[in-house]
Design a protein around this ligand. Structure first.
Ligand SMILES: Cc1cc2nc3c(=O)[nH]c(=O)nc-3n(C[C@H](O)[C@H](O)[C@H](O)COP(=O)(O)OP(=O)(O)OC[C@H]3O[C@@H](n4cnc5c(N)ncnc54)[C@H](O)[C@@H]3O)c2cc1C
Length: 391
């Protein structure tokens, strides 16, 4: 069993293979230097300076030897040979596999012209979080491009660290890919109240560095912003090149069925890298969320062992900004009716989303217990899986 990618999807799959009684060889390969760690705190507690890198670790350091799982870090898989059933690790001899799992995740979309500008960051890895953190000194001018989840979290952390923060966003409101304006509005208000300059409808055209190291962002209308540090947070691309070059079907992500099977027999995929069946709306989509990647890793391992199990994901995630916890699940943007209850201004409220009378999504501000109940209710409305088994 070979697993490429030692994030939450890959490492969960490797552990599940053992937990399910598989006794043969398991190799878990990751290109980062670190053993598996939790990514979500990188743009929360870690960036605020409240958590040490050590506390992000997912498992104790003896886990891998104890379970006889060979963990290779700082190792990049360069190619997959589907005919010979081997993976190419560059310097080492090709590694054979009977079953292969691709759990290679995603990487942040770079701003094309800013690729090598000093002071311009993206945020995905612990290494990138460390580099960004070093630059968030009091008074530093930070420009965040993109008011999605990671952009807003970075902005909030930087304000807590007394940086001067500006966020620019092309969409009409923050988190527009996830939530309607009326539900993201309290978060927008919170950022502004805490001193973040938040500008929407900004279509960035150029990002450049002057001789003095100052970065300048200019939009289509000629407006410009100067900064010492820039974070590009405009979404991700699936790390699917390896799969595409090996001839697997890729459409935005690696295309999988509900059983994590790719178009190539013996090769499975899980987590952020996949384009998976959407349980409510049909078609395929990527779900870039921690819980999904973790559950997907379990399901992939079971199917690799020939124990058919379908993954019917309910998308859900959380964020934590200026002490406000927001939890989101389901398909808020697919709703035909939204109900708000509670105190929106005090950020103590619930939004539920309905479609043809069915509850299909929920957002809770600072109401974790209610969120748990609603998430459970929505799980019950998901369509049952047909009993046809893996294809
Ligand atoms: C800053 C940040 C904050 C987040 N906050 C939240 C949150 O609050 N809530 C939430 O639900 N989700 C959050 N997410 C998303 C969540 O972390 C991801 O959905 C999850 O980590 C995906 O796990 P994965 O295992 O699929 O991929 P990844 O964690 O990306 O792991 C894939 C691994 O594969 C490695 N790899 C890729 N190609 C190769 C190769 N060729 N050879 C070897 N190794 C390779 C990569 O280096 C990487 O280490 C956040 C993400 C980030 C970046």
């Amino acid at each position: 069993m070979v697993v490429i990618g030692n994030g939450i999807a890959g490492s969960t799959a490797a552990l599940t293979l053992r937990a399910e009684g598989y006794r043969g060889s398991i190799v878990l390969i990751g290109q980062e230097p670190d053993a598996p760690y939790r990514r979500p705190p990188l743009s929360k507690g870690f960036l605020r300076g409240e958590m040490a890198a050590q506390s992000l670790r997912l498992y104790t350091s003896d886990t891998w030897t104890r379970l006889d799982i060979k963990l290779l870090t700082s190792t990049t898989v360069a190619a997959i040979d589907t005919r010979r059933r081997t993976v190419d690790l560059g310097t080492r001899a090709p590694l054979p596999y009977d079953r292969l799992l691709l759990a290679t995740g995603a990487y942040p979309r770079p701003w094309p012209s800013a690729h090598r500008l000093a002071g311009v960051h993206t945020l995905r890895t612990l290494g990138q979080a460390r580099a960004l953190s070093r630059q968030l000194t009091p008074g530093a001018r930070l420009l965040v491009i993109g008011a999605g989840m990671i952009g807003l979290e970075v902005a909030a952390c930087a304000r807590v660290r007394d940086c001067q923060v500006t966020v620019i966003e092309a969409a009409p409101h923050p988190l527009a890919h996830l939530l309607p304006a009326e539900v993201s509005a309290p978060l927008t208000a919170l950022h502004r109240a805490r001193g973040v300059g938040l500008h929407t409808f900004v279509h960035l055209q150029d990002l450049s560095a002057g001789d003095n190291g100052v970065l300048t962002a200019t939009d289509r209308s000629g407006r410009s912003w100067e900064a010492d540090v820039v974070v590009v947070a405009t979404g991700t691309r699936a790390n699917a090149e390896l799969a595409g070059e090996a001839g697997l079907a890729v459409d935005d992500g690696i295309v999988v069925d509900r059983y994590c099977a790719t178009s190539e027999p013996g090769i499975f995929a899980a987590g952020d890298v996949t384009s998976q069946p959407d349980a409510l709306l049909g078609g395929h989509r990527r779900i870039e969320q921690w819980a999904n990647a973790q559950e997907h890793g379990v399901v992939a391992a079971l199917n690799m062992l020939g124990k058919p199990m379908a993954h019917v994901p309910l998308p859900w995630c959380w964020t934590d900004q200026f002490g406000t916890k927001v939890q989101i699940c389901g398909w808020p943007l697919a709703a035909d009716r939204t109900r708000l209850s509670g105190d929106v201004d005090a950020r103590d409220f619930t939004a539920t989303f309905h479609r043809e009378g069915l509850l299909i999504g929920a957002v809770c501000f600072n109401r974790p217990a209610q969120f748990r109940d609603l998430r459970h209710q929505i799980t019950l409305t998901l369509p049952a899986v047909d009993g046809d088994g893996p294809g």
